[in-house]
Design a protein around this ligand. Structure first.
Ligand code: COA
Length: 323
């Protein structure tokens, strides 16, 4: 019998510095109310100057391992989802591996921006379900503040920094029930940082690698793609909407989250919302939200949970998990 891939632990980390909407009024031409009413965000965390994505990933990973009752030496696969790697190479996963004090197991990054954690978890799911990994560490970690133009009010008010991690283990009990990831590169220009080491290295050296976004189009597309994605996961599992206990959505905009909850006939009491506190932390958003709801006791063992996320690319996906 093929093993299932169970989430056996989770952890998270948020940088100490909090930037409120009120603080942002001093930085760009905006208001506290505009940001909250359009996005649901009240504040976000911002990494210190000497704090890097691997630092955030390490803190979240340690907590996840502790909650799973595992030591780092038991980890046989590390996958990190990030858009904001410490270095061009080695991967953040390799940096994390070294800092966890382990050697030899595969460690690599996955890049799917805000859908990155679902992509990373999809990879881990398939490794564990085929018996190639027994105990995997999967992390979403971002210092997204580093790729924001702090003079562009249409983007800089929406994002924040943070990390979330999960331990996924081979098990005889149910775990991840199905995973569905998608991409459509024809939308590459609607949400992007349009420079990279190969195309415009000087821009990066000058610190001008900024996120650009056509907000309205991204919004419309996210609602449509995520709506289809949550129906896809239900249909695949022959499951009724009423059987879902929790939705743990990507935290990009409260209005997108509400639209997807409506598609699933879920009350907002069954939706984990952290956007007000975290903003959009890209690949870290789903594991951060999941960990918050595990820590406060909302998500319990046996619960059926849908994860969904949407990001630049476009990339998107959904997953059904029994906890
Ligand atoms: N403060 C005040 N005004 C702002 C502003 C800000 N921070 N940012 C934009 N505005 C202005 C616009 O310039 C526009 O002014 P105009 O009408 O004079 O041109 C006005 O507010 C309305 O902007 P609009 O773009 O229509 O707002 P919106 O209701 O579409 O909300 C977003 C904007 C960005 C919040 C929304 O489109 C969104 O969330 N999109 C999806 C973004 C997302 O989720 N991205 C990540 C996906 S992973």
């Amino acid at each position: 019998m093929t093993p299932s891939a169970r989430i056996t632990g989770s952890g998270s980390y948020l940088p100490a510095r909090i930037l409120s909407n009120k603080d942002l009024e001093q930085i760009v031409d905006t208001t506290e109310d505009w940001i909250f009413s359009r996005s649901g965000i009240r504040q976000r965390h911002i990494a210190a100057e000497d704090e890097f994505t691997s630092d955030l990933a390490l803190a979240a990973s340690r907590e996840a391992l502790q909650s799973a009752g595992r030591s780092a030496s038991e980890v046989d696969l590390i996958v990190v989802a990030t858009t904001t790697a410490d270095q061009v190479f080695p991967s953040t996963a390799c940096l994390l591996q070294e800092r966890l004090g382990i050697r030899g197991c595969p460690a690599f990054d996955v890049q799917a921006v805000c859908a990155g954690f679902l992509y990373a978890l999809d990879v881990v799911y398939r490794y564990v379900a085929t018996g190639a990994s027994q105990c995997a560490l999967v992390v979403g970690a971002e210092t997204f503040s580093r790729i924001l133009n702090w003079e562009d009010r249409t983007t800089c008010v929406l994002f924040g920094d943070g990390a979330g991690a999960m331990v996924v283990e081979a098990s005889d009990s149910p775990g991840i029930l199905s995973s569905h990831i998608h991409a459509d590169g024809t939308y590459k220009d609607l949400l992007c940082v349009p420079v990279g080491v190969s195309t415009a290295y000087q821009e990066i050296l000058n610190g001008r690698a900024y996120t650009e976004m056509q907000g309205k189009e991204v919004f419309r597309w996210a609602v449509s793609a995520l709506g289809d994605a949550v129906i896809e996961v239900l249909t695949t599992n022959g499951m009724d909407k009423a059987e879902i206990d929790w939705l743990v959505p990507h935290q990009a905009n409260i209005r997108i989250i509400k639209a997807i909850a409506k598609r699933l006939d879920l009350s907002m009491d069954q939706v984990v919302v952290t956007i007000d506190q975290h903003g959009n932390t890209s690949a870290a958003s789903v594991p951060l939200a999941f960990d918050a709801a595990v820590k406060d006791g909302r998500i319990q063992s046996g619960d059926k949970v849908i994860f969904e996320a949407f990001g630049g690319g476009f990339t998107w996906g959904s997953m059904l998990v029994q906890i």
